[in-house]
Each structure stands twice: as C-alpha cells, then as structure tokens.
Write a protein that binds this ligand. Structure first.
Ligand code: ADP
Ligand code: MG
Length: 612
C-alpha cells in the first residue's frame, strides 16, 4: 500500500490557513483587500475582543452572485487571474484564491452578498470549512462577511494569540495602511463601541493622514510628487524638525499595496541621517506607482514584499525624489522663529535662543543650592539664582565641588575628605567652554565635563530613586491625537504613565486629554515625549514594565537636563559637579556616553613635547 496520499480539502485548507491566517489582523487584511478589489467606495469594519470573537467587514463593492459565493470559499478559487501569465500583470491586491478558504477552515463564517444587477442576494453559513446553509437573502448591494470564533477548532493556534488590546493594535496598523493607500475609499473602523478610524474617502491623502496620525502632524508634513519616466512617487514626508522614536511611520506602497522593503527604508534613513538626531526616524508615507509588469508581487506568503525588475533604479528615483523634496525652499519655513526681515537677530548672542524649558529644568538644580549649600557649608555665601551675579562667585579652592575619584586613569590626590564623598579630588572651576562644557582643574589635571550628560545623570539617579517625580497641572489641558494602534497601547498603560506624571484622560476615539505632565517639561516637550513613548510601546520593542520605566526615566532625564548652549555661572557649575559626584556613576550618562574627560598633567606635557 502506498504511504503517500492526497490530503482531503479541509486538511489542505487548514494547512494553508497556517500561512495566510496567522492572527485576526491577517484575516482582516484579506477581507479588506477583497473589498478594495471589489471596487468598494466605502468599507466598514467592526471587531470584538481584538477580532478573536468577531470580525465584520461590510463593503459596497460589486458583490457576488449565488454561484460565486459558494466558489469563493473554495481553495484556488479566484476571479482575479485565469492563467499563470496573468500573474505578471496583477492590478488587484489578491490573486491566489486561498484567503477565504483558509479563513473558513478555522472559523465560523456568515456571509451575505448581492450584485447590483440582481434582485436578491445570497446568504451562506460555513463552519470549519463545511457549508451549513445557503439561501437567498434580501441583503443590500455589496458584501458582508462575519467571522466568529477564529481558531475555535485550532485551540493551539488560539492559545498563541495576544490579549485583545495587542491584537487590536495589530489590526489598527493594517487598517491604517490600507486607508493610507486608498484615500478614495471611506473607511470606518470600530472596536466594540469605540470608533477607531474614520476616513473621509474624498481622495485627499492629507485628510487620511490626519485621520490616522492626527491633524497636527498632517498639517506639518511636506507633500512629495515626483515623476521620472515610468516611476511616479507621491505622498508625504516629515520636515527634519519632526522625528519619531521608531521607523513605524515610514511606509511604502507599491501600486496601492503596502510592502516592507529594507533597501528603501535605508534610503530614507540615509537621506535624513545628517538632518535629524541619531536614533530618530522621519515620517514618510510614499506611494510608488510603476508598471505592474515591472514588479513581482508573488514572492511572499502574505504578499508583504515584492521583487522589482530594477531595484537600483527604483531606489535611485526615490532617493532623488526625497532629496529634492527636502531641499525645497519651503521645507523649513514653518518652524523658523519670526525674526523680522532684517535678519539682525542672527547676530545676537546665543542666549537669545534658549528655550524656556532649559531654564525651568536648570532652576531645579540651582534651587538645591539653598538646601545643600548652607547645610554643607554655611561659610559659602551662595546667592539665590535670581541674585546670582553672572560671573565670578568667590570660589576658594577648598570649597570647590568635587568629582569622584574613579575617573579612569586618574590618580587621585586626596587632599582632604570632602563632604561629597571620600577620596575626591578637589576641583576648581576654570570656566565654561562653548556653553556646553565645564572646564575644571584639579591637582592631577584638567577635567572637561559635558554639562548636559552630567545633569542627565543627576536627574536619572534622582528619578530612579523615585524622588522628585511629580507632575505639574497644565493650565490649558491639551488634546493629543494618536493612531488607533497607539491609542490601544495608551489605554493599556495609562496608569503606569500616570505614575510618571502624565495625567491623561481618554477623550474618545483616538484622542486623549493631557491634564498634567512630569515636572520640568514644557508642554511641547511633554507631548513629544508622550508620543515617543507610546510609539515605542506600539512598535513592540518595549513591552515589559521595567523596560518602559527605564525608557521613561531616560527620556525624562534627557528632556529635563540643561542642554548645550546654556550659559552657566560658576556657582551653577559648582553645584552641578557636586551633585554629579553624588550620583551612582558620574562618569557616564544613562545612555552610556562619557561625561568626564581628563587630561592629566603628564598628558599635557606629552602633547607639548615637554616630557622630562
Ligand atoms: P483572491 O482574493 O486571491 O481572489 P479570496 O479567497 O480572497 O481570493 O477570494 C476569492 C474570490 O471571492 C475573489 O477572487 C472574489 O471574486 C470573491 N470575493 C471575495 N471577497 C469579495 C468581496 N468583498 N466582494 C466581491 N467579491 C469577493
Ligand atoms: Mg483575497
């Protein structure tokens, strides 16, 4: 007897379902793509319990007749191609004819559909791949497919699904992408009673961007339109002043199909590389239109990657288009402060350009003077910040601040036991260099201290001990919009964020009201930080509470710390260094960058070729 046998269709479909139907989001991707392929102008989606209990997709597309309805749920049944040659000219999102069969094999389906020209429609019920009933139906034009109890007959698969909010977030990401690539279609998306997305369907991409990402961002994005021979590029790019914590806002569509492409992603990152801070990423929504024949879409089970005929060419066109867009004269006009027409302000000293939050953050450190200094050394007359003369405080060597003695290669000369800790070289502030570095001398050499890193370390230690974290109430509460998937995470983590000082309230849909934020942050920094954190959560990179806490502390200390460009007087520098000396690790900032660099006397002698 032969050992090999052909699998029955149901088993074959269940196996296929393993490739196509991974989770509720993949079911929704297939159903929505079918609606779009059916020429729908309006698509309605509703999910319950992250799509695990119910998914309903209703469209106003061209529908199916009774025969097609039965065929549609069979494997390799498609109206989109006839022969293998057609594969090279695909203009639809689907073409393999296996999605509905795969979905039906692992769920309960209730479908109804009517073609415009037909008097009546058809209703069909399927359970685990077996048709339970078909009957005529008075349904409206278009198609409605309801999927219940996904994986009810595949418990091992169901067990591996995430909680409802995480599944909802994955679904939202899919819906957002499809909405962005189809601005002419009106998308309505509910999770239970919550409306998560509504796009106008008027064909204007900026309006869709506003629905997905919020109006604030949509207004600031730069439009890109570029045509080179047979490649057309359209969409939006962020100006360099807007950057995000992850690459999740860089999306590519090829002929209306969302794809992942690491080469194109790298190209975008490279163009922005020198324009935005390290570790930050732009927003880019790019629609690429090319001849269907010059791209192979049949190379990935979920059709998430494609193969270009001429990848280098496409890449070079995109590079040119993005560079062109970013070098347009209007690119950076919206953020330039109003400086009048004479441009005279350009020559004013730096101090004119300090942002208010630096001062606020700094005051915190300076205020400690009144707590620290008199107790530690009543003999030093340290004036309050307002009274502090801009320069030259009395700074006797013995009373100067100290740095811990574990500076690499530093041979500590323990002159006295300073109150800031034993074995610390006494230092005297020499001055500030380029409003960013403190120069200090000790017995054994010259020390250069990065003022931002030092303050960052001080704040990080303070916050991690749970002290000083608090919030300040906003006088004018801010409405902050998120994308649907981000909003999902925000709801999940709202209490944790509250512990860190973000007082948030769910306003409805994807909008939240921010009533308070961590102290030291000004409103725009606070909103940006919140957006970054939520994006990190949504990207799945920071999921456990510990990671999130660390990230929050890092961000809070970085945002709260004085920046380069902030002038400090000697007393301020003194306090900064004294506080730094008390931290857990004064030599590097919480990101791991060095804070203190030492040039020993021997180093200097060597440099001046004066070695004895
Ligand atoms: P594919 O999309 O690859 O053709 P599917 O299994 O997703 O395969 O769908 C099978 C067929 O069912 C489609 O080719 C299409 O003819 C029909 N169909 C599915 N969904 C719809 C819909 N919403 N409106 C009209 N026809 C549909
Ligand atoms: Mg399909």
């Amino acid at each position: 007897m032969s050992r090999i046998r052909l699998l029955d269709p149901l088993t074959a479909n269940q196996i296929a379902a393993g490739e196509v139907v991974e989770r509720p989001a993949s079911v929704i991707k297939e159903l929505l793509e079918n609606s779009l392929d059916a020429g729908a102008q309006s698509v309605y989606l509703k999910i319950e319990n992250g799509g695990k209990d119910k998914i309903i997709v209703t469209d106003d597309g061209f529908g199916m007749n009774a025969d097609d309805m039965c065929l549609a749920f069979q494997r390799h049944a498609t109206s989109k191609i006839t022969t293998a040659e057609d594969l090279s000219q695909i203009t639809t999102l689907g073409f393999r004819g296996e999605a509905l069969a795969s979905i039906a094999a692992v769920s309960r389906v209730h479908a109804s559909s009517r073609q415009r020209e037909d008097a009546a429609g058809t209703e069909l019920k399927i359970e685990a791949g077996s048709v339970l009933s078909t009957k005529p139906s008075g349904c409206s034009e278009g198609t409605s497919i309801e999927i219940s109890d996904l994986f009810f007959n595949a418990p091992a698969r169901r067990k591996f699904l995430f909680n409802a909010s995480r599944e909802t977030a994955a679904i939202s990401e899919i819906v957002n992408r499809l909405a962005l690539s189809h601005p002419s279609v009106r998308f309505t998306y509910y999770s239970g009673p919550r409306l998560l997305l509504q796009t106008p369907g008027k064909g204007r991409l900026r309006e869709v961007v506003a629905s997905v990402y919020g109006l604030d961002l949509a207004e600031k994005l730069l439009e890109i339109n570029y045509l080179k021979h047979d490649v057309e590029l359209s969409g939006f790019l962020s100006p360099p002043q807007i950057h995000k914590a992850t690459t999740s806002n860089i999306v590519f569509f090829i002929n209306g199909r969302y794809i992942k492409d690491s080469i194109l992603l790298n190209t975008i990152k490279e163009v922005y590389n020198s324009k935005i801070p390290g570790g930050r990423f732009p927003v880019a929504i790019l629609n690429i239109s090319i001849k269907p024949g010059s791209v192979d879409v049949n190379v990935h089970p979920q059709k998430l990657t494609v193969k270009f005929d001429r990848p280098e060419y496409i890449n070079s066109v995109i590079l040119a288009a993005v560079e062109d867009c970013l070098s347009r004269p209007d690119t950076d006009t919206w953020f330039i402060p109003q400086i009048g027409n004479d441009g005279a302000k350009q020559f004013l000293p730096n101090v004119e350009y300090h942002e208010p939050q630096h001062q606020v953050a700094w005051r915190e450190v300076v205020q400690e003077r009144s707590m620290d200094a008199p107790v530690e050394d009543p003999s030093i007359d340290v004036p309050k910040p307002e009274e502090a003369p801009a320069n030259d405080l009395p700074m006797p060597l013995e009373e100067s601040p100290a740095i811990k003695n574990d500076i690499p290669a530093a041979k500590t000369t323990n002159i006295n036991a300073s109150r800031s800790g034993a074995g610390i070289p006494i230092m005297r502030i020499v001055g500030q260099f380029k409003a960013g570095y403190i120069l200090a001398e000790a017995e054994d050499g010259l020390y250069i201290i990065d003022q931002h890193g030092a303050h960052e370390r001080i704040l990080y230690d303070k916050y991690s001990q749970g002290t000083q974290l608090g919030h300040s109430q906003l006088t004018v509460p801010q409405t902050v919009d998120f994308s649907a998937d981000e909003a999902e995470y925000l709801v999940e983590y709202i209490f944790l964020l509250q512990e860190f000082g973000f007082i948030l309230e769910h306003f409805g849909g994807n909008s939240f009201i921010l009533r308070g934020m961590p102290r030291f942050l000004n409103t725009s920094d606070g909103v940006n930080l919140l957006q970054d954190i939520v994006q990190l959560l949504a990207s799945g990179t920071k999921v456990n509470q510990q990671d999130l806490e660390k990230e929050l502390l890092l961000q809070l200390s970085c945002k709260g710390a004085i920046k380069e460009g902030q002038y400090l007087d000697k007393a301020e520098m003194e306090i900064l260094i004294r506080q730094l000396a008390k931290t857990s690790y004064p030599l590097s900032c919480p990101h791991g960058r060095p804070i203190v660099i030492k040039l020993s006397i021997a180093d200097l002698k060597k440099l001046f070729l004066r070695q004895e």
